[in-house]
Ligand binder design. Structure first.
Ligand SMILES: [Zn+2]
Length: 315
């Protein structure tokens, strides 16, 4: 895995989410794949990539998807993947998130060996099993969810982080199982569960087995709640589909990063269905805060302090 690979994917995914506004009338099916794979047809994205290659040798520069400013990649990384111009919170690879969040040397990964099976022997433009192999190779991890324990300013937590770089952070059997295991771990050890989401939703390659994870993860969080546990979800850009519609939305506290796209179906689908123009800022964190769907928006730089405060409050 190289950072470049990882990042390229996250950017492409981000651009595709933006693209979806214009072109995505599809209902659910194939949605996750589109986010994971660049579109084959000549579209805005392929033009953008061509321009990037031609004008920005070595990928030293990239364009902010929020303000359009051309940013020096190194500067973006140094600022924790925040746009130096507008402060847009770029998608963060799972491992970077963990490193940024936890006290140094406290991370212990758990359940890392669980891997997906292609039970339906699903094939679209290529076999699902091959897609998994590629994602494993690229990210160096076996699935989209990274789980473990660690400390935030001295407070021990169970942590679950979805990595958008692994098949768009989509939820299949293994992601669902690991969320459930993380919730059980939190109960067993009497520690809070903190989750970070960035996801295209349920993994359609696993059919109904992926949809089942919505019920399963919610049941696991209900058990945590019944056992007197405490849970926090931080929704990051983008959090959509079956992840928004299940475990991400049922925690005690729901936080979001500024500007994060959070929703279920794409805006175009909704606009077509209700035959109305959508209000400005629709499906962005700020809009959802105003409507009461999330509890607070927390900039990436203040997350550690905020989480520590919330954990102390819940004790
Ligand atoms: Zn920007």
């Amino acid at each position: 895995m190289t950072d470049g690979d990882h990042e390229g994917e996250a950017e492409e995914a981000g651009a595709q989410v933006a693209d979806e506004k214009k072109e995505e009338p599809a209902q659910g099916k194939g949605k996750d794949e589109e986010r994971e794979e660049p579109p084959r047809k000549e579209g805005r994205l392929s033009r953008l990539r061509f321009t990037k290659k031609k004008d920005m040798p070595g990928g030293l520069w990239l364009k902010c998807e929020s303000c359009g400013e051309v940013i020096y990649r190194k500067e973006l990384e140094e600022k924790g993947r925040l746009c130096p111009e507008c402060g847009f919170h770029f998608t963060l690879p799972g491992r970077d998130r963990i490193a940024m969040l936890l006290d140094e040397g406290t991370w212990e990964e758990r359940f890392a060996d669980l891997e997906s099976l292609d039970r339906l022997e699903f094939t679209d433009n290529q076999p699902y099993s091959e897609k998994i192999d590629r994602a494993v190779k690229r990210t160096g991890q076996k699935e989209a969810l990274i789980c473990g324990t660690g400390d935030v300013l001295g407070r021990r937590i169970a942590l679950a982080v979805l990595d958008f770089g692994f098949m768009g952070g989509s939820m299949g059997e293994v992601v669902g199982e690991k969320i459930a295991l993380a919730a059980e771990l939190a109960v067993k050890e009497g520690i809070p569960l903190v989750m970070f989401t960035s996801s295209g939703g349920a993994r359609m390659h696993e059919g109904v087995l992926s949809l089942m994870q919505m019920a399963k993860t919610c049941a696991a969080l209900a058990d945590l709640n019944a056992a007197g546990g405490f849970s926090i979800c931080v929704m990051t850009h983008p959090t959509t589909g079956g992840v928004t519609a299940s475990f991400a939305s049922v925690t005690d506290v729901i936080l979001a990063e500024p500007g994060a796209l959070i929703g279920f179906a794409g805006p175009r689908v909704i606009a077509t269905t209700i035959k109305q123009e959508l209000p400005p800022g629709f499906q962005r964190a700020e809009f959802l805060l105003e409507k009461g769907m999330i509890d607070a928006i927390v900039p990436r730089t203040e997350l550690r302090e905020t989480l520590a405060k919330l954990i102390d409050y819940a004790k």
